[in-house]
Each structure stands twice: as C-alpha cells, then as structure tokens.
Design a protein around this ligand. Structure first.
Ligand code: PGA
Length: 239
C-alpha cells in the first residue's frame, strides 16, 4: 500500500494522471468509479484532460460501485444522474459502455448479472474508492463479509445521515442500496482510495493501521497488492 499526502487540488491532478497513463497504455481499460464529494476534484480534472485532448475514454468500460435502491436512473439523486452530471456527459465515453447497478431491479439475477458483466469486460483495472466515516467502502457497511459480491444492503443510520444533505428531508433518503461487494472491489487489479478532511481521519487510521476486520470494511485494503491511498493533511491527521 502506498500512501500519498498532498493538497486536495494536487490529489485530483495526481489521481487524474493515473487515468491518463492507464488509458494511454490500455485504451479499453475497465474503470470502476465512485460517487460522493470526494471524487469531484478528480472528475473535474479528467474532464479538463479530455478537453485538452490528453485523455480519451472512447474505448473504456465503466462500472460504478453502487446505486440507491428504490429510485430509478431519472431520479435527481440517483448515482446514474450524479455520474452523468459530474463526468460522463462531459467526456467521450460511449453510453453503452457505462454500467451502474440497477436501483429498480434488485433481484438476485440482477446482482449476478452485474458480477457477470464485470467478468465479461475482463475484470476491473482501476477501482476508485472513497471511505465512509464508519470505514465503509461503496455501501459495504461495517460487518459486511469480505467474501461479499454485488448485493442489496440496508443503509446504516450514519450513512443515511451523512447523505441526507442531498435530499429534502431525512425520510426521502433511501433505506437500501445495491453495492459491489468487498470481494468485487478486492478483485480489481489496482485501487485508488481518496480521503479528504478531518471527518475521515479516524476511519482512515483504522483502515490503514488497525486490525483487518469486517468491522472496518476499508481495512481489507491492507490485503490488496496494489493500492494507492491519497490523503490530505486533515484526513491523515491521526498518524
Ligand atoms: P463522500 O463519501 O465522498 O461524500 O465523503 C464517501 C463514502 O461514503 O464512501
């Protein structure tokens, strides 16, 4: 595991460079993206690189980590909309190559179908992750088995409260979501995790230096051979 400390602006630049290097070497790379506030700087940089003709997503294939259950793609807070708004509609990515879990078909067949689609694409080359205040990755909340694959989850209260800022009222925050499992994430050939701000410091510390345990899902990353963790000074403040 490689730890990289920098400002949020430089983290966005350096992480974006990982994508331009990867896509230059492998134009049809399989990229797994994340939502939330953390990757927004990186997404702006990727758009900038695309506008400057320094990167092309034409042959790339994307999978997203997770999606709320019970809302459709057209819902303003769906992760599909988030990705369109913050990245996909601004780059040359072919819409047929974009994959997010379905929020409306939460059948077992749909969960297996998502895993199968990742496998048929050749597996994930680069997985992007944020980290929750409770150590979650994707919507894999504390206690999720490390062997989990794409599955339906009930969101913890702390996650619903953290995400309530995007909804009019607390009762509009979905109670369930579909997420890639921890094994799905660990199967990626390389992983970038970004953590910004003081609110992530405790979770980051347990994830990187604590016991490897399902109580802190991100701690599983200690077992992955190719992880880069980008931290600003506030998120790394407990080292
Ligand atoms: P955030 O969410 O980027 O909005 O902080 C990260 C996460 O919950 O995984």
């Amino acid at each position: 595991m490689r730890l990289i400390f920098d400002t949020p602006e430089n983290i966005a630049l350096r992480a974006a460079k990982r994508y331009s290097d990867l896509l230059a070497a492998k134009p049809n790379a399989v990229l797994a993206f994340a939502t939330g506030s953390t990757p927004l700087g990186l997404y702006k940089q990727l758009i900038e690189l695309y506008r400057n003709k320094e990167i092309s997503f034409k042959e790339a294939i994307t999978f997203n980590l997770d999606e709320y259950a019970g809302i459709g793609r057209e819902h303003p807070q769906s992760y599909y909309r988030f990705m369109m708004e913050h990245l996909f509609s601004h780059i040359d990515l072919d819409p047929s190559r974009i994959h997010l879990p379905s929020g409306t078909d939460v059948s077992d067949a749909a969960m297996h179908g998502y895993e199968d689609a990742i496998k048929s694409a050749g597996g994930i080359d680069l997985q992007l992750l944020g980290i929750g205040n409770n150590g979650h990755i994707g919507f894999n909340e504390p206690g999720t088995p490390f062997a989990s694959q794409t599955h339906l989850v009930t969101l913890s209260d702390s996650t619903r409260i953290a995400n309530a800022r995007f909804f009019e009222t607390m009762d509009k925050v979905p109670t369930r979501a579909v997420t890639m499992g921890i094994r799905t994430v660990m199967n990626a050939r390389s992983i970038i995790m970004i953590a910004l701000g003081k609110s992530k410091a405790a979770a980051v510390h347990s994830a990187l230096f604590g016991e490897v345990t399902p109580s802190c899902p991100a701690s599983v990353l200690q077992l992955h051979p190719n992880v880069e963790v980008y931290l600003d000074m506030a998120a790394g403040g407990e080292f």
